[in-house]
Design a protein around this ligand. Structure first.
Ligand code: RM4
Ligand code: MN
Ligand code: MN
Length: 396
């Protein structure tokens, strides 16, 4: 029995890959100010270097998500530089994230802006991102729209839906074969009255009408407190409409805390829905697992390693659920036994199994300890200190 469990967990770990966000290595903060860390990455080369550390110690993160304005400020012209860094560090470029929220022009929206010239500017930027993704052989173009309004009556909500439909359709039709457009939603912030793509239903409808290469992206922090996220995931799985995740945790709103730091059971339940669906269908769901976190206070590389280890532990636990038995118990409405079958897997301590898996793969059994002993954190703090102390208020 123990061996069977370990085998299921190993197979799951072999499959799990997690994409890191380039912006997770840079200085971040809150709307009240930014906290500077001496070792934070100050440019794209340093972001690649930091991501390569996470990959070296965990073996699970071969790709780095890029945010175009922060990482490729010259757009397509910066592709060569990214390719060079990618080769040098053995990390592939991951999803390409347009930035349609930072420029002054986007004060009243991007794709939803009542001004056609600004809508054009936003669409053109995303079309550039499609070209960048193509040049870098990245599959996913992953926009998040900050669009919305702050006061009732100030914008025409339905008209803006039409603008989004139009814009997303044009973008979808420019996708190259195999590329995907991942539509992310978020209930509020920066807009505090209405957000144009506020929930999974809106994202689903917009993705659906754009075309078959558009799917929904679930950022775990982008939900109201009481929402049942795994149920949303189940619906999207049922309709083949889930393209990816942005993993993080939160206690209040979009806090961008470390995955599983507040509610590890929720992450487990999400993984369980996916794995149960895979078991029923006999195919692996094509989902991009990505991290979207902002560690204002923790050491960036350390926090990212902690995230990956947490994801592995929770994913391995979800792999321990006995799906055949659970399906039978559900059919019989044997409630307590069904619940305990799920909960039992969650309470298994998989850390020894994950450790053995790492050692078998030639990775350090304790990646955090190995990273700390490597001296990398001290080295970058020394090398980057001066640049960071002079840093200004941008993520790049
Ligand atoms: C947003 C959203 C996006 C991310 C930005 C930085 O809240 O989660 O995915 O690109 O933050
Ligand atoms: Mn996100
Ligand atoms: Mn967010």
């Amino acid at each position: 029995m123990r061996d069977a469990l370990a085998e299921a967990a190993w197979k799951a770990l072999d499959k799990l890959q997690i994409e890191l966000p380039s912006w997770g290595f840079a200085n971040t903060g809150t709307r009240f100010g930014k906290f500077i860390q001496p070792g934070a990455a100050t440019n794209i080369a340093e972001k690649f270097s930091d991501a390569a550390q996470v990959q070296a110690f965990t073996g699970t993160c071969p790709t780095l998500a890029l945010h175009v304005q922060w990482d490729l400020p010259r757009g397509l012209k910066d592709v060569g530089e990214v390719e060079k860094l990618s080769k040098q560090h053995g990390i592939r470029a991951g999803s390409i994230n347009p930035n349609i929220f930072q420029n002054q022009e986007y004060k009243y929206g991007s794709l939803g802006n009542p001004d056609p010239a600004i809508r054009r500017m936003a669409i053109d930027h995303i079309l550039d991102c499609v070209a960048i993704a193509d040049a870098l052989k990245s599959r996913d173009v992953s926009p998040w729209f900050a669009d919305g309004s702050n006061y009732p009556g100030t914008q025409n909500i339905r008209r803006r839906i039409g603008f989004f439909e139009e814009g997303l359709k044009e973008i979808h039709d420019a996708l190259r074969p195999g590329q995907r457009l991942l539509v992310e939603y978020k209930p509020f912030e920066p807009a505090f009255y209405h957000t144009d793509i506020a929930d999974w239903g809106m994202a689903y409808l917009l993705a659906k009408q754009s075309g078959p290469q558009a799917l929904v992206l679930v950022d775990t922090g982008h939900h109201y407190q009481a929402q049942n996220i795994e149920q949303i995931v189940a619906w999207l799985l049922h309709h083949d409409m889930i393209g990816g995740f942005h993993f993080n945790d939160r206690r209040y709103a979009d806090d961008d805390l470390t995955l599983g730091s507040i509610d590890p059971y929720q992450v487990f339940r999400i993984f369980h829905e996916i794995r149960m669906c895979e078991w029923e269908n006999g195919v692996t769901a094509d989902i991009a697992y990505m991290v979207d976190q902002s560690h204002n206070l923790k050491g960036k590389v350390e926090a990212m390693i902690q995230t990956v280890l947490t994801a592995q532990e929770l994913y391995a636990r979800a792999a321990l659920v006995d799906h055949g038995r659970l399906a039978m118990l559900q059919q019989e409405c044997a409630l307590v036994d069904a619940e305990e079958t799920l909960r039992g897997a969650f309470w298994e301590d998989v850390r020894p199994i994950v450790k053995q898996w790492r050692i078998a793969k030639g990775l350090p059994g304790d990646p955090m300890k190995a990273f700390r002993e490597s001296g990398y954190a001290e080295r970058i703090a020394g090398e980057r200190r001066e640049k960071n102390l002079g840093a200004t208020a941008s993520y790049a």
